[in-house]
Design a protein around this ligand. Sequence first.
Ligand SMILES: Cc1ncc(C[n+]2csc(CCOP(=O)(O)OP(=O)(O)O)c2C)c(N)n1
Length: 575
Amino acid sequence: MSQLMSGAQILLECLTREGVEVVFGYPGGVTLPLYDAMYDHDLRHVLVRHEENAVFAAQGYARSSGKVGVCCATSGPGATNLITGLVDAMMDSIPVVALTGQVSSKLIGTDAFQEADTFGITRPCTKHNYLVKDLADLPRILHEAFYIASTGRPGPVLVDIPKDVFQGQIHYVPVNSIHLPGYKLHSDGHAGQIRRAAHMMWEAKRPFIYAGGGIVNANASAELRELVDILDAPSVCTLMGLGSMPSSHPNFISMPGMHGSYAANMGMTHADLLIALGVRFDDRVTGRLAAFAPHAKVIHLDVDPAEIGKNRAVDLPIVGDAKKVLTKLNKVLAEIAPAESPANSESRKAWWKQIRAWKDEHPLEPRFSDTEIKPQHLMHEIDRISGGNAIVTSDVGQHQMWAAQLIKFNEPRLWINSGGLGSMGFGLPSAIGAQYANPDKLVFSISGDGGFQMSLPELATIVNYALPIKIIIMNNGYLGMVRQWQDLFYNNRLSSVTLDGFPDAEKLAAAYGFKGRTIEHPSELIPALKEAVAENGPYLLNIKVTPFENVYPMVPAGGAINEMVLGDPTPVAVK
Ligand SMILES: Cc1ncc(C[n+]2csc(CCOP(=O)(O)OP(=O)(O)O)c2C)c(N)n1
């Protein structure tokens, strides 16, 4: 028997049916009916301090758990504050459902108080969006939103709900099936192409696996590892894919690209077969596209057909879900495995010898000093204390690149950062979502002194919800990554990159009711990290590091990825 319910109650019922545990949000005038309904409901709502952080927190929840993250904002400024986070989720293919309030239906188009065209504004920055015009459509739309956000190539879906839709009442009839004839999922992969790919993989002399965030999204890490083991091929993971190969795996090389390792970039450049899995040939990885992997045939597996050939022409496309396709591929590879393993062939042996030589020539290593804390030293110690098992969220800048280079991950979904959009302010709120999804895990939030100050108000949220996040500020006194570019490409004319006036961390944390401190000597680093980890609650550790350290290797913008600056200002072009 159907029940008479308000739109707000129906929304909460649909969220419950979708298995939603928590919504990150901020209320306002038009969402009052929703928040009133929440008063009597079990659904947890985390009140953040800015809507942008609601969507970042929802992303942290989604990225660390694989479930859909949910955020909520009021109309007008509440909704527009979500934009950066939505674009961010779109760029990194993160499943998020954003619920926004809208002015009452009859006021739409009248420039009503706090009216913004959320539907129009968010059209290009969501996978799909809806404006609910009729309460009867609300349950269907909500379930479709979750389905679209989480299937195929994941992404953000926004549902804009006018106030009268929240307030209206209807007999609620649960929606049990989804019918979207225009939304086609390509999941299985073409059997012929999979077979052809398997042959190419066995025939290659210098195969190289290039795995990305698509592997994480598809929960296909185990299948990726199996593929790597079958082929005994070297493998890199992009910034978005880190963790999908355990960092300790002998075939794992590191991250490729602008701040990737020498061996990763040289491997890409000299491979004769690039096995691209859930990647999008991002310019930060490829460098100058015309010079990228010039000797390689390319196999490209992606769930989104629009990615095939977008940046790099491919020799063999496979459109499908990475988990399903890799399962089939691994089976075919085993079936057609040559009697004489190619791993023993002279060319494969020579390939591995070369890769190892590149690794040894320029390894990614921490740097140390007796007098100053080197940023790399900091990441090295975080790595040691986390043992590859902690969740590490990062902000954007130099610290992000050093963390990606030097912190190891045993599993996917531990490394959480804004890859595509590169949104400063992401680190702290995404840690909130990640800690919420993983209450028993150790969570480090690493930010620069710049990015931290973009999301600093969330310290209150962290305290309110007793989240024991270890907040690490890599404080170099500068907008470090911008300073680095001004140093290297603008004659060190440092323009508006100095961050004076950073607050006393101990007092700042104390003002919010928890512990914090500042350290600046290398001898303090390990004890301070241990103290932070031992603390029951959150801890704010402000770490003053060498101010003028640059991230290397570095491929200058527009350069080929084998033209790395390896710590010396002169580019080293390697054949
Ligand atoms: C919202 C936003 N604004 C500006 C930038 C451009 N930007 C990229 S890195 C960076 C500097 C970051 O400085 P900080 O947070 O101190 O980190 P560091 O590079 O020193 O590690 C800036 C300004 C950005 N990525 N995001």
